[in-house]
Design a binder for this molecule. Structure first.
Ligand code: PPE
Length: 306
């Protein structure tokens, strides 16, 4: 998915011109993959651009940093304001936003505690991550032979930059085999999540998603799906899922900030078919909520001009 350049990137408290938003080749995070990031989206609403659930995203950034012992030299409030300022400065009605805290230039070696911590926030217009066709008709999934991290090897609760080597290996195998996206199993053999999205099945009218203990990130979109489902009177629960549960599900879908809510049309070539009614209802409500069109979810729209 190509990046479209915008005007400014926020770096350590200042808006820097896009082309000058650079780091040194000896930046610590580039060598050892120890940094934390977020993926956030802003949507066009009737009151201008609104960042969807910005505060929970920034809080998760700080939790990721705490797990990895990265001391972010800003507060949650400062980065919330900085994110809004970045979207405003770029004058974008809607965009994808990438805040990252990384270990900077000046130290090398495996003790990261002495490293300077830098923070930047970039944003750019970004379309459907898994394609418009996928949003409408569903994506084809492959269960990867790459496992999700063991929690005592790499803590899945931290959205660490280096964690995503695992996701990339799974993504590469899936794409090379002709699928849209991969599903990873936990070391215990339960369904965990996709390379950058949570996964859900629908069985007998209820939505089931793997628990955090299966190695899934606590998705903010997943939490929005939970709230929307319960408000629509749809049962929602966290439970372990086996790969065979995916093959025989009535419906399945995935969720993530970049991907949004996307139906799954097949898993390992077992057809689930066109998106089902539960998936459709959740997807439609989510798409309206992010654009500020659902009164009960207005708190989720963090307006950049307020
Ligand atoms: N699991 C993983 C591994 C993950 O990376 C994400 C977000 C999610 C679940 C869903 O979380 P949430 O966005 O809070 O609903 N992935 C971000 C980065 C994706 C990427 O490809 O890069 C995102 O969606 O922005």
């Amino acid at each position: 998915m190509p990046i479209t350049p915008t005007k400014y990137v926020w770096m350590d408290g200042e808006l820097v011109e896009w082309d000058n938003a650079r780091v040194h080749i000896l930046t610590h995070t580039l060598h050892y993959g120890n940094g934390v990031f977020e993926g956030v989206r802003a949507y066009e609403t009737s009151e201008g651009a609104a960042v969807f659930r910005l505060t929970p995203h920034i809080k998760r950034l700080f939790n990721s940093a705490k797990i990895l012992f990265i001391d972010i030299p800003f507060t949650v409030e400062q980065l919330v304001e900085a994110t809004k300022a970045t979207v405003r400065a770029n004058d974008l009605p809607s965009c994808y936003i990438r805040p990252i805290a990384y270990l900077g230039y000046g130290e090398m070696g495996l003790n990261p505690l002495t490293c300077e911590v830098n923070v930047s926030i970039a944003c750019w217009p970004w379309g459907a991550y898994l394609g418009d066709e996928g949003v409408r008709h569903g994506v084809r999934m492959m269960i990867s032979s790459w496992q999700r991290h063991d929690p005592n090897a790499m803590p899945p609760a931290a959205k660490g930059t280096g964690h995503y080597i695992n996701s990339q290996m799974a993504k590469i195998s899936a794409v090379k085999a002709g699928y849209d996206e991969a599903i990873l199993l936990s070391p215990q053999g339960y369904v965990s999540e996709c390379t950058g999205e949570n996964i859900f099945i629908v069985r007998d009218g209820a939505i089931i998603t793997p628990p955090v203990s299966a190695g899934a990130l606590e998705g903010i979109t997943q939490d929005s799906v939970l709230t929307i489902a319960r408000d629509l009177g749809i049962e929602f629960r966290f439970d372990n899922i086996l790969r065979s549960d995916l093959y025989t599900a009535d419906e399945a879908f995935l969720s993530g900030t970049a991907a949004e809510v996307v139906p799954i049309r097949s898993v390992d070539d077992r057809e689930l078919g066109e998106p089902g009614p539960v998936t459709r209802r959740v997807q439609e409500t989510f798409h309206a909520a992010v654009r500020g069109q659902v009164d009960r979810y207005k708190d989720w729209n963090e307006h950049v001009n307020q």
